[in-house]
Ligand binder design. Structure first.
Ligand code: SF4
Ligand code: SF4
Ligand code: SF4
Length: 375
Protein backbone atom coordinates (compact mmCIF):
# COMPACT_ATOMS: atom_id res chain seq x y z
CA UNK A 1 0.00 0.00 0.00
CA UNK A 2 2.19 2.84 -1.24
CA UNK A 3 2.01 6.12 0.55
CA UNK A 4 1.31 8.91 -1.88
CA UNK A 5 4.36 10.74 -3.03
CA UNK A 6 3.68 13.76 -0.82
CA UNK A 7 4.23 11.37 2.13
CA UNK A 8 3.53 13.19 5.37
CA UNK A 9 3.45 16.48 3.42
CA UNK A 10 -0.28 16.02 2.72
CA UNK A 11 -1.08 16.83 6.34
CA UNK A 12 -2.68 20.02 7.63
CA UNK A 13 -0.55 23.10 8.24
CA UNK A 14 -0.63 22.52 12.01
CA UNK A 15 0.69 19.00 11.70
CA UNK A 16 3.25 20.10 9.11
CA UNK A 17 4.51 22.58 11.74
CA UNK A 18 4.77 19.84 14.39
CA UNK A 19 6.66 17.66 11.94
CA UNK A 20 9.05 20.52 11.13
CA UNK A 21 9.73 21.08 14.84
CA UNK A 22 10.20 17.35 15.37
CA UNK A 23 12.66 17.29 12.46
CA UNK A 24 14.71 20.06 14.11
CA UNK A 25 14.78 18.08 17.36
CA UNK A 26 15.22 14.75 15.54
CA UNK A 27 12.16 13.22 17.24
CA UNK A 28 10.56 10.31 15.34
CA UNK A 29 7.08 11.83 15.48
CA UNK A 30 5.56 9.79 12.63
CA UNK A 31 6.20 6.13 11.88
CA UNK A 32 4.77 3.91 9.16
CA UNK A 33 4.73 0.21 10.07
CA UNK A 34 4.30 -2.23 7.18
CA UNK A 35 2.73 -5.13 9.08
CA UNK A 36 2.84 -7.48 6.08
CA UNK A 37 3.55 -7.38 2.36
CA UNK A 38 0.79 -9.93 1.75
CA UNK A 39 -2.26 -8.56 0.01
CA UNK A 40 -5.59 -9.95 -1.19
CA UNK A 41 -5.11 -8.10 -4.51
CA UNK A 42 -2.43 -8.48 -7.20
CA UNK A 43 -2.35 -4.98 -8.67
CA UNK A 44 -0.60 -4.50 -12.00
CA UNK A 45 1.43 -1.57 -10.68
CA UNK A 46 2.29 -2.94 -7.22
CA UNK A 47 5.88 -2.19 -6.23
CA UNK A 48 5.93 -5.16 -3.84
CA UNK A 49 6.42 -7.74 -6.55
CA UNK A 50 4.93 -11.19 -6.89
CA UNK A 51 2.23 -11.85 -4.26
CA UNK A 52 2.58 -15.63 -4.66
CA UNK A 53 6.18 -15.45 -3.43
CA UNK A 54 5.32 -12.98 -0.67
CA UNK A 55 2.50 -15.18 0.62
CA UNK A 56 4.76 -18.23 0.75
CA UNK A 57 7.19 -16.40 2.98
CA UNK A 58 4.82 -15.01 5.56
CA UNK A 59 6.65 -16.83 8.38
CA UNK A 60 9.49 -14.32 8.03
CA UNK A 61 7.20 -11.56 9.30
CA UNK A 62 7.53 -10.36 12.90
CA UNK A 63 5.26 -12.33 15.20
CA UNK A 64 2.64 -10.71 17.44
CA UNK A 65 4.91 -10.39 20.47
CA UNK A 66 7.64 -8.72 18.42
CA UNK A 67 5.19 -6.25 16.85
CA UNK A 68 3.74 -5.38 20.28
CA UNK A 69 7.27 -4.88 21.63
CA UNK A 70 7.95 -2.43 18.83
CA UNK A 71 4.68 -0.56 19.37
CA UNK A 72 5.75 -0.13 23.03
CA UNK A 73 9.13 1.11 21.82
CA UNK A 74 7.44 3.69 19.57
CA UNK A 75 5.20 4.95 22.36
CA UNK A 76 8.22 5.27 24.68
CA UNK A 77 10.27 7.12 22.07
CA UNK A 78 8.02 10.11 21.39
CA UNK A 79 6.15 8.75 18.37
CA UNK A 80 2.68 10.30 18.01
CA UNK A 81 1.47 9.32 14.54
CA UNK A 82 1.49 5.66 13.52
CA UNK A 83 0.39 4.39 10.12
CA UNK A 84 -0.36 0.66 9.96
CA UNK A 85 0.10 -0.35 6.35
CA UNK A 86 0.93 -3.28 4.05
CA UNK A 87 0.24 -5.13 1.72
CA UNK A 88 -3.03 -5.17 3.56
CA UNK A 89 -2.46 -5.15 7.32
CA UNK A 90 -5.90 -6.70 7.86
CA UNK A 91 -4.59 -9.97 6.42
CA UNK A 92 -2.79 -10.54 9.70
CA UNK A 93 -4.91 -12.60 12.06
CA UNK A 94 -3.55 -10.45 14.93
CA UNK A 95 -4.40 -7.14 13.21
CA UNK A 96 -7.03 -6.15 15.78
CA UNK A 97 -4.77 -7.01 18.70
CA UNK A 98 -1.99 -4.86 17.23
CA UNK A 99 -4.38 -2.05 16.37
CA UNK A 100 -5.99 -1.97 19.83
CA UNK A 101 -2.61 -2.06 21.53
CA UNK A 102 -1.40 0.86 19.40
CA UNK A 103 -4.40 3.05 20.26
CA UNK A 104 -4.27 2.13 23.95
CA UNK A 105 -0.59 3.10 23.93
CA UNK A 106 -1.61 6.67 23.06
CA UNK A 107 -0.63 6.59 19.38
CA UNK A 108 -2.81 8.33 16.77
CA UNK A 109 -3.29 5.51 14.31
CA UNK A 110 -4.05 5.67 10.59
CA UNK A 111 -4.74 2.42 8.74
CA UNK A 112 -4.01 2.00 5.02
CA UNK A 113 -5.92 -0.92 3.49
CA UNK A 114 -7.56 -2.06 0.27
CA UNK A 115 -11.03 -2.14 1.85
CA UNK A 116 -11.85 -5.73 0.93
CA UNK A 117 -11.07 -7.22 4.34
CA UNK A 118 -13.03 -4.77 6.50
CA UNK A 119 -15.42 -6.89 8.57
CA UNK A 120 -18.14 -5.89 11.04
CA UNK A 121 -15.79 -6.93 13.85
CA UNK A 122 -13.07 -4.58 12.56
CA UNK A 123 -15.58 -1.72 12.28
CA UNK A 124 -16.80 -2.34 15.87
CA UNK A 125 -13.21 -2.11 17.07
CA UNK A 126 -12.72 1.14 15.13
CA UNK A 127 -15.89 2.49 16.74
CA UNK A 128 -14.63 1.56 20.21
CA UNK A 129 -11.04 2.70 19.54
CA UNK A 130 -11.32 5.39 16.85
CA UNK A 131 -8.48 5.63 14.36
CA UNK A 132 -7.14 8.96 13.16
CA UNK A 133 -8.33 7.75 9.73
CA UNK A 134 -8.77 4.66 7.63
CA UNK A 135 -7.54 5.18 4.06
CA UNK A 136 -8.85 2.97 1.28
CA UNK A 137 -7.57 3.00 -2.29
CA UNK A 138 -10.25 2.87 -4.98
CA UNK A 139 -8.76 1.53 -8.20
CA UNK A 140 -11.73 2.36 -10.40
CA UNK A 141 -15.32 3.50 -10.40
CA UNK A 142 -16.61 0.32 -12.05
CA UNK A 143 -15.93 -3.36 -11.55
CA UNK A 144 -14.32 -3.57 -14.98
CA UNK A 145 -11.77 -0.82 -14.36
CA UNK A 146 -11.15 -1.72 -10.73
CA UNK A 147 -10.38 -5.35 -11.50
CA UNK A 148 -8.29 -4.44 -14.56
CA UNK A 149 -5.95 -2.94 -11.93
CA UNK A 150 -6.28 -5.45 -9.09
CA UNK A 151 -6.33 -8.60 -11.28
CA UNK A 152 -8.60 -10.06 -8.60
CA UNK A 153 -12.16 -11.16 -9.41
CA UNK A 154 -14.66 -9.95 -6.80
CA UNK A 155 -12.29 -7.26 -5.49
CA UNK A 156 -14.52 -4.33 -6.54
CA UNK A 157 -17.58 -5.64 -4.68
CA UNK A 158 -15.48 -6.57 -1.63
CA UNK A 159 -13.83 -3.14 -1.49
CA UNK A 160 -17.11 -1.25 -1.89
CA UNK A 161 -18.69 -3.40 0.82
CA UNK A 162 -15.80 -2.58 3.15
CA UNK A 163 -16.13 1.14 2.40
CA UNK A 164 -19.87 0.93 3.09
CA UNK A 165 -19.25 -0.84 6.41
CA UNK A 166 -16.82 1.90 7.45
CA UNK A 167 -19.33 4.59 6.47
CA UNK A 168 -22.14 2.87 8.34
CA UNK A 169 -19.92 2.77 11.43
CA UNK A 170 -19.09 6.48 10.88
CA UNK A 171 -15.39 5.64 10.97
CA UNK A 172 -13.21 8.54 9.80
CA UNK A 173 -12.59 7.51 6.22
CA UNK A 174 -10.32 8.87 3.49
CA UNK A 175 -10.28 7.60 -0.08
CA UNK A 176 -7.58 7.82 -2.73
CA UNK A 177 -6.50 6.33 -6.03
CA UNK A 178 -3.42 5.64 -8.09
CA UNK A 179 -4.01 6.93 -11.60
CA UNK A 180 -2.81 4.44 -14.23
CA UNK A 181 -3.22 4.00 -17.97
CA UNK A 182 -5.99 1.48 -17.30
CA UNK A 183 -8.12 3.59 -14.93
CA UNK A 184 -7.40 7.21 -15.90
CA UNK A 185 -10.82 7.55 -17.56
CA UNK A 186 -12.47 7.02 -14.15
CA UNK A 187 -10.64 9.80 -12.33
CA UNK A 188 -13.40 12.43 -12.44
CA UNK A 189 -15.99 9.85 -11.41
CA UNK A 190 -13.89 8.78 -8.43
CA UNK A 191 -13.53 12.36 -7.23
CA UNK A 192 -17.28 12.84 -7.68
CA UNK A 193 -18.07 9.60 -5.85
CA UNK A 194 -15.97 10.69 -2.86
CA UNK A 195 -17.57 14.12 -2.87
CA UNK A 196 -21.04 12.55 -2.90
CA UNK A 197 -20.02 10.48 0.12
CA UNK A 198 -18.59 13.58 1.83
CA UNK A 199 -15.19 11.87 2.08
CA UNK A 200 -11.74 13.40 1.54
CA UNK A 201 -10.06 12.15 -1.66
CA UNK A 202 -6.68 12.43 -3.34
CA UNK A 203 -4.96 10.92 -6.33
CA UNK A 204 -1.39 10.10 -7.24
CA UNK A 205 -0.06 9.67 -10.78
CA UNK A 206 3.52 8.74 -9.83
CA UNK A 207 3.84 4.96 -9.93
CA UNK A 208 7.25 3.81 -8.80
CA UNK A 209 9.11 0.80 -10.19
CA UNK A 210 8.83 -2.54 -8.40
CA UNK A 211 11.18 -2.39 -5.43
CA UNK A 212 11.25 -6.11 -4.76
CA UNK A 213 10.33 -9.27 -6.59
CA UNK A 214 8.71 -11.02 -3.68
CA UNK A 215 11.32 -13.75 -3.49
CA UNK A 216 12.58 -12.59 -0.12
CA UNK A 217 11.69 -9.86 2.31
CA UNK A 218 14.55 -7.61 1.37
CA UNK A 219 14.06 -5.00 -1.24
CA UNK A 220 16.76 -3.53 -3.38
CA UNK A 221 16.70 -0.68 -5.85
CA UNK A 222 16.76 -3.09 -8.75
CA UNK A 223 13.64 -1.92 -10.52
CA UNK A 224 14.97 -2.54 -14.02
CA UNK A 225 15.25 -6.24 -13.41
CA UNK A 226 11.89 -6.71 -11.77
CA UNK A 227 8.30 -6.55 -12.92
CA UNK A 228 7.81 -3.72 -15.33
CA UNK A 229 5.20 -1.75 -13.41
CA UNK A 230 6.05 1.46 -15.22
CA UNK A 231 4.28 0.41 -18.38
CA UNK A 232 1.07 1.30 -16.54
CA UNK A 233 2.25 4.80 -15.72
CA UNK A 234 0.76 7.82 -17.49
CA UNK A 235 3.12 9.94 -19.57
CA UNK A 236 4.19 13.13 -17.76
CA UNK A 237 1.86 15.12 -20.00
CA UNK A 238 -1.11 12.82 -19.28
CA UNK A 239 -0.36 12.95 -15.55
CA UNK A 240 -0.28 16.76 -15.56
CA UNK A 241 -3.52 16.85 -17.60
CA UNK A 242 -5.13 14.52 -15.04
CA UNK A 243 -4.11 16.90 -12.24
CA UNK A 244 -5.33 19.97 -14.12
CA UNK A 245 -8.70 18.31 -14.80
CA UNK A 246 -9.59 18.33 -11.09
CA UNK A 247 -10.34 21.78 -9.64
CA UNK A 248 -9.27 20.88 -6.09
CA UNK A 249 -5.92 19.51 -7.25
CA UNK A 250 -5.26 22.53 -9.44
CA UNK A 251 -6.16 24.91 -6.63
CA UNK A 252 -3.98 23.07 -4.13
CA UNK A 253 -1.05 23.17 -6.53
CA UNK A 254 -1.62 26.87 -7.14
CA UNK A 255 -1.63 27.47 -3.38
CA UNK A 256 1.53 25.41 -2.93
CA UNK A 257 3.31 27.36 -5.66
CA UNK A 258 2.22 30.72 -4.19
CA UNK A 259 3.28 29.73 -0.66
CA UNK A 260 6.60 28.16 -1.70
CA UNK A 261 9.64 29.76 -0.17
CA UNK A 262 12.45 30.61 -2.62
CA UNK A 263 14.76 27.64 -3.22
CA UNK A 264 17.49 27.95 -0.64
CA UNK A 265 20.90 26.62 -1.56
CA UNK A 266 21.57 23.36 0.27
CA UNK A 267 24.25 20.75 0.21
CA UNK A 268 21.95 18.12 1.71
CA UNK A 269 20.39 15.27 -0.24
CA UNK A 270 17.14 14.92 1.73
CA UNK A 271 14.85 17.86 2.47
CA UNK A 272 11.83 15.88 3.70
CA UNK A 273 11.18 14.41 7.14
CA UNK A 274 12.55 10.92 6.35
CA UNK A 275 15.06 10.07 9.06
CA UNK A 276 14.45 13.44 10.74
CA UNK A 277 10.89 13.30 12.04
CA UNK A 278 9.70 10.01 10.54
CA UNK A 279 10.79 6.51 9.65
CA UNK A 280 9.46 3.22 8.34
CA UNK A 281 9.43 -0.29 9.79
CA UNK A 282 9.27 -3.34 7.51
CA UNK A 283 7.33 -6.54 8.31
CA UNK A 284 10.70 -8.19 8.91
CA UNK A 285 11.72 -5.85 11.74
CA UNK A 286 14.01 -3.41 9.90
CA UNK A 287 13.93 0.35 10.34
CA UNK A 288 14.62 2.44 7.25
CA UNK A 289 14.20 6.21 6.62
CA UNK A 290 10.93 5.77 4.69
CA UNK A 291 9.03 3.20 2.67
CA UNK A 292 11.00 4.05 -0.46
CA UNK A 293 14.35 5.01 1.07
CA UNK A 294 15.72 1.53 1.56
CA UNK A 295 19.08 2.36 3.13
CA UNK A 296 20.21 2.47 5.85
CA UNK A 297 18.18 -0.53 7.01
CA UNK A 298 18.72 -1.59 10.64
CA UNK A 299 17.29 -4.54 12.56
CA UNK A 300 15.12 -3.37 15.47
CA UNK A 301 13.19 -6.55 16.17
CA UNK A 302 14.52 -6.88 19.72
CA UNK A 303 12.57 -3.79 20.85
CA UNK A 304 13.08 -0.43 22.53
CA UNK A 305 16.86 -0.15 22.79
CA UNK A 306 17.31 -1.38 19.23
CA UNK A 307 14.66 1.10 18.03
CA UNK A 308 16.31 4.05 19.76
CA UNK A 309 19.79 3.14 18.64
CA UNK A 310 18.63 2.59 15.03
CA UNK A 311 16.84 5.94 15.05
CA UNK A 312 20.00 7.71 16.28
CA UNK A 313 22.03 6.06 13.54
CA UNK A 314 19.55 6.68 10.76
CA UNK A 315 18.93 10.30 11.68
CA UNK A 316 22.69 10.96 11.89
CA UNK A 317 23.39 9.26 8.55
CA UNK A 318 20.49 11.06 6.81
CA UNK A 319 21.50 14.47 8.15
CA UNK A 320 25.11 13.89 7.16
CA UNK A 321 24.17 12.77 3.66
CA UNK A 322 25.54 15.46 1.33
CA UNK A 323 24.60 15.83 -2.32
CA UNK A 324 27.13 16.70 -5.01
CA UNK A 325 27.30 20.30 -6.22
CA UNK A 326 25.77 19.21 -9.53
CA UNK A 327 22.65 17.67 -7.90
CA UNK A 328 19.94 19.28 -10.06
CA UNK A 329 17.10 19.11 -7.53
CA UNK A 330 18.95 21.39 -5.10
CA UNK A 331 18.91 24.23 -7.65
CA UNK A 332 15.60 23.48 -9.32
CA UNK A 333 13.04 26.27 -9.71
CA UNK A 334 10.32 23.72 -10.53
CA UNK A 335 10.45 22.08 -7.12
CA UNK A 336 6.98 23.25 -6.07
CA UNK A 337 5.57 21.51 -9.14
CA UNK A 338 7.53 18.30 -8.60
CA UNK A 339 6.25 15.06 -7.05
CA UNK A 340 9.69 13.45 -7.10
CA UNK A 341 12.35 13.17 -4.41
CA UNK A 342 15.81 11.58 -4.21
CA UNK A 343 14.32 8.22 -3.27
CA UNK A 344 11.75 8.21 -6.09
CA UNK A 345 14.61 9.08 -8.43
CA UNK A 346 16.84 6.34 -6.96
CA UNK A 347 14.06 3.79 -7.52
CA UNK A 348 14.07 4.79 -11.16
CA UNK A 349 17.63 5.76 -12.06
CA UNK A 350 19.51 3.75 -9.43
CA UNK A 351 21.08 6.99 -8.19
CA UNK A 352 19.44 9.30 -5.64
CA UNK A 353 21.36 12.25 -7.09
CA UNK A 354 20.19 11.66 -10.63
CA UNK A 355 16.86 13.35 -11.35
CA UNK A 356 14.49 11.00 -13.17
CA UNK A 357 13.21 12.29 -16.52
CA UNK A 358 9.60 11.44 -15.62
CA UNK A 359 9.55 13.77 -12.58
CA UNK A 360 11.25 16.65 -14.43
CA UNK A 361 8.85 16.42 -17.37
CA UNK A 362 5.85 16.00 -15.06
CA UNK A 363 6.86 19.12 -13.08
CA UNK A 364 7.37 21.02 -16.35
CA UNK A 365 3.94 19.95 -17.66
CA UNK A 366 2.27 20.93 -14.35
CA UNK A 367 3.89 24.38 -14.51
CA UNK A 368 2.74 24.85 -18.11
CA UNK A 369 -0.71 23.42 -17.35
CA UNK A 370 -1.22 25.85 -14.47
CA UNK A 371 0.07 28.76 -16.54
CA UNK A 372 -2.28 27.93 -19.43
CA UNK A 373 -5.16 27.64 -17.02
CA UNK A 374 -4.42 31.02 -15.45
CA UNK A 375 -3.85 32.83 -18.81
S1 SF4 B 1 -3.72 -3.10 -2.93
FE1 SF4 B 1 -2.57 -3.45 -4.79
S2 SF4 B 1 -0.90 -1.91 -4.75
FE2 SF4 B 1 -1.73 -2.08 -2.66
S3 SF4 B 1 -0.41 -3.62 -1.68
FE3 SF4 B 1 -2.21 -4.71 -2.50
S4 SF4 B 1 -1.52 -5.45 -4.52
FE4 SF4 B 1 -0.08 -3.84 -3.88
S1 SF4 C 1 12.48 10.39 0.75
FE1 SF4 C 1 10.84 10.77 -0.73
S2 SF4 C 1 9.44 9.07 -0.49
FE2 SF4 C 1 10.69 9.16 1.37
S3 SF4 C 1 9.58 10.47 2.85
FE3 SF4 C 1 10.98 11.78 1.70
S4 SF4 C 1 9.74 12.62 0.02
FE4 SF4 C 1 8.70 10.78 0.79
S1 SF4 D 1 13.23 15.77 -10.18
FE1 SF4 D 1 13.51 17.35 -11.78
S2 SF4 D 1 11.77 18.76 -11.49
FE2 SF4 D 1 11.94 17.52 -9.63
S3 SF4 D 1 13.20 18.81 -8.26
FE3 SF4 D 1 14.58 17.38 -9.33
S4 SF4 D 1 15.32 18.51 -11.10
FE4 SF4 D 1 13.49 19.58 -10.34
Amino acid sequence: MKKNSDCFGGESNDIARYLAKAAEARVPLAVSFELTRRCSFCCVHCYLGDQECIRKQWQQELDTAAVIRLIDALAASGVLFLTLTGGDPMLRSDFLEIYRHSVRSGLLVTVFCNGSLVTDKIVSTFVEYPPRAVEVTLYGASQETFEAVTQTPGSFAACMKGVERLRQGKVRLRLKTMVLTVNQADLTMLWQQAEDMGVQFRHDCSIIPALCNGDNGNRSNAGDNLRDTLRFRLTPEQAAAADMSINKVREKLQERVCMAAPVEPSTKLYRCGAGKSSCHITPYGKMQPCLITLQPSIDISSGREAFQSAWQNISRLISEREAGADFLCNHCKDRSFCTGCPSNCAAETGNAEQAAVFYCQYADSRREGLKNFND
